[in-house]
Write a protein that binds this ligand. Structure first.
Ligand SMILES: C[S@@+](CC[C@H](N)C(=O)[O-])C[C@H]1O[C@@H](n2cnc3c(N)ncnc32)[C@H](O)[C@@H]1O
Length: 364
């Protein structure tokens, strides 16, 4: 593996604060070097498999340039400086870099220790930023919760199915170009913002039911340079809100946020939306909400003025096959045909191709 590719993989994973579950040795000393607090600090964290490769490179050529490159493209990268992942995450990462460096016979690198010293002075806060580099090279930066469930919702973090759906959308962007997209249970907005930045939809309607999720989502849409409301300007100028509308060449979509609860939504609410395409990621995780979701899809099948049914795509992480099969059985019962779409052969947003991720196409 060439070094630039290795550094890029570090960068992608670090900026998105990815954790690898395939960590092949026990997590030790992930906290302050020599503090003895490492095991506690590192609990629940998996470290990068890429560290192994880094170690091999460092042993092969123990000069400091590779480590400095990694440092500057991760912890000191301008995106990280402006929108940092959690302080603990950065400390763990840097501690590992220092370990790898110390394991070689190279001279001490002051910059590594100075950066860690600065990090250790930071206070941890309950939210963090994650920046996802899309396959097209654009980035999506989101403010997310540190906990996978917080405020009684799973919607304040980005789930792998959202990354998978975005990657699939980028590969199939023609399905989204110049069309009105409705996303159900969109959480903090990753898939939608990625599609708005890369697929040139005409209109994008983010929807969810949870007030905290809707608040965080709105902040993230603005952070990524989009403005809200049906009267949004066709092209967004300037970067005052955040990153600027993606550096997209033009055709910035009209972006809307809708509070839609599948259990209580009315046909009338849906008539105003007129979606061409409906998408959702990681919404099939609880048997109790499957009935409401299918009821919502049935209502959406007849919501368009021209009588055509919208296209629908749902990405899932299959954690419990029984729940997934229950969803398929309920679709059959409702007379909604479905097919499983072919899996990606590779993934840049996810560290590895994950076999339990799927995209279902529904025929409403
Ligand atoms: C596991 S999260 C997935 C969030 C995002 N799509 C992702 O994959 O990162 C499930 C989302 O579905 C939303 N949700 C759950 N039940 C809902 C309902 N009845 N109506 C609307 N949204 C709902 C939650 O608020 C949450 O944002």
């Amino acid at each position: 593996m060439a070094e630039p590719d290795l550094v890029l993989r570090f960068q992608r994973r670090f900026l998105a604060a990815r954790q690898l579950r395939s960590f092949p040795w026990p997590v030790r000393g992930c906290g302050r070097p020599g503090s003895g607090a490492g095991a506690a600090a590192g609990r629940g964290l998996a470290l990068f498999r890429a560290f192994q490769e880094l170690e091999q490179h460092l042993r092969a050529s123990p000069d400091s340039s590779l480590l400095l490159d990694v440092l500057h493209k991760t912890v000191l990268h301008p995106l990280c400086v402006k929108y940092p992942p959690s302080s603990k995450y950065r400390q763990c990462f840097l501690t590992q870099l220092i370990r790898k460096h110390e394991a070689t016979a190279a001279e001490p690198l002051d910059e590594l220790y100075e950066t860690l010293a600065e990090l250790l002075r930071e206070e941890e806060c309950p939210a963090c930023y994650k920046s996802y580099i899309l396959p097209t090279g654009e980035s999506v930066t989101l403010s997310e919760s540190l906990a996978i469930v917080s405020g009684g919702t799973t919607g304040l973090v980005t789930w792998d199915a959202a990354l998978h759906l975005a990657e699939w959308a980028v590969e199939n962007s023609v399905l989204f170009t110049n069309r009105t997209i409705l996303e159900l249970g969109c959480g903090v907005g990753f898939t939608g913002i990625a599609i708005c930045k890369t697929c040139r939809p005409k209109r994008y309607i983010f929807s969810d039911c949870h007030p905290c999720v809707l608040h965080q989502l709105t902040q993230n849409i603005l952070l990524n340079g989009f403005t809200l409301g049906p009267d949004s300007a066709p092209c967004i100028q300037g970067e005052s809100q955040g990153q600027g509308a993606a550096g997209t060449s033009c055709q910035v979509p009209q972006v809307m946020v809708a509070e839609l609860d599948w259990g209580s939504v009315t046909q009338r609410q849906l008539l105003d939306l007129q979606p061409d395409v409906i998408i959702a990621a990681d919404v099939i995780y609880d048997p109790e909400i499957i009935v409401a979701l299918i009821g919502m899809l049935e209502k959406l099948s007849t919501c368009r003025a021209d009588g055509k049914s919208p296209e629908a795509y749902i990405a899932s992480t299959i954690r419990n096959p029984d729940t997934y099969h229950l969803f398929q059985a309920q679709l059959d019962k409702a007379g909604i045909r479905w097919q499983l779409l072919p899996a990606h052969s590779s993934s840049t947003l996810l560290s590895d191709v994950q076999p339990n991720l799927s995209v279902l196409q529904l025929f409403l």
